[in-house]
Design a protein around this ligand. Structure first.
Ligand SMILES: NC(=O)c1ccc[n+]([C@@H]2O[C@H](COP(=O)([O-])OP(=O)(O)OC[C@H]3O[C@@H](n4cnc5c(N)ncnc54)[C@H](OP(=O)(O)O)[C@@H]3O)[C@@H](O)[C@H]2O)c1
Length: 290
């Protein structure tokens, strides 16, 4: 039985779809039973559980040959972030410890090898550490910056003719489509390694800069959009203006500083490096024509 959490989200939906297409038994985990109906219709088992309730998640993950697990992202206005993340982490680790799936594929991130100076990515580092220390079979799927992240900036960029961001305009960095993350997660579940920790670092077909990104936006939209690098402190202020908590806004700024400094970067070492095939143009086209 392969268990997929986050199935209503970007990556979990693709992982579950891919596993169902491979004709293996699948259990999807939802918080709201109604969201499981479409998966049930496709032959999946549905478990109703939440990471906030470790007993329910333990039941959902029990008996798994392989489990796809992610740390649900915080709400945009979440305050007390560090404590909130620590509590959720504890609950997630409790469920994994008690359910003991034979193999866990954990959605981690580029830069999660570092304890700090990575913004929201620093919340994934303690989970990697704990899972490594557990001695269980686990895959860390360290995904690059999601191409879908541009969705939050697109309307403003098209309106104003400028994409304001905290990353140096001509700096190329790894970006990946969430579709490719789901595909690689399913493949990792279906092709487990023998034991211990496996690290997969996942990027898109090519590294891309802010300038490359606006060139694609301009091409697809027919509107000229330029890339404008702003100080990351200004990015944080602007995110706060859009309702982000001060802490979360600060974390995003820190992540951009980390990308600029090559600190939020792949570790290399013993990790497998994989490039997905979905292009930024494909992802942006779907968002622009929506
Ligand atoms: N953005 C990036 O650039 C980036 C890069 C690398 C890694 N990541 C990581 O990617 C992850 C997000 O992945 P994603 O985009 O696939 O997810 P997503 O689309 O944001 O969806 C989140 C999923 O988690 C579920 N969920 C929320 N709270 C839950 C809870 N308490 N218990 C159980 N399930 C819950 C949601 O279900 P409901 O329908 O019930 O809400 C939804 O299925 C984060 O851990 C983030 O750190 C992000």
């Amino acid at each position: 039985m392969y268990v997929v959490t986050g199935v209503t989200g970007h990556t979990g939906s693709v992982a579950a779809e891919t596993l169902l297409n491979a004709k293996v038994p699948v259990r999807v985990v939802v918080r709201d039973e109604a969201k499981g109906a479409q998966w049930k219709a496709r032959g999946a088992e549905v478990a109703v559980a939440s990471f906030d309730d470790p007993a329910s998640m333990t039941r959902a993950l029990s008996g798994a040959t392989g489990a796809y697990v992610l740390l649900p992202p915080p709400g945009w206005g979440q305050t007390g972030l560090a404590a909130n993340r620590a509590e959720l982490t504890e609950k997630l680790l409790t469920a994994l410890r008690d359910a003991a799936p034979a193999h866990t594929v954990f959605l981690s991130s580029v830069g999660a090898q570092h304890a700090d100076k990575t913004g929201p990515i620093k919340t994934l580092h303690p989970i990697e550490n704990a899972l490594r220390a557990s001695g269980k079979r686990v895959t860390f799927l360290r995904a690059a910056f999601f191409m879908e992240n541009w969705g939050g900036s697109l309307a403003g960029a098209l309106d104003s003719g400028a994409l304001y961001y905290g990353i140096v305009a001509d700096k190329k960095f790894a970006q990946v489509a969430t579709k490719d993350i789901g595909l690689v997660a399913a493949k990792a579940l279906l092709e487990p390694h023998a034991s211990g920790v496996r690290v997969i670092e996942l990027a898109g077909p090519e590294d891309l800069s802010l300038e490359d990104t606006v060139a694609t936006i301009s091409k697809l939209s027919g509107k000229s959009v330029k890339a404008v690098t702003v100080p990351t402190a200004a990015v944080a202020a602007s995110l706060e203006g859009m309702g982000a908590s001060k802490e979360l806004a600060g974390w995003y700024a820190e992540m951009m500083d980390g990308i600029n400094a090559d600190h939020v970067a792949f570790e290399g070492k013993d990790a497998q490096f994989v490039r997905g095939s979905t292009t930024l143009e494909t992802v942006l086209r779907a968002m622009i024509t929506k």
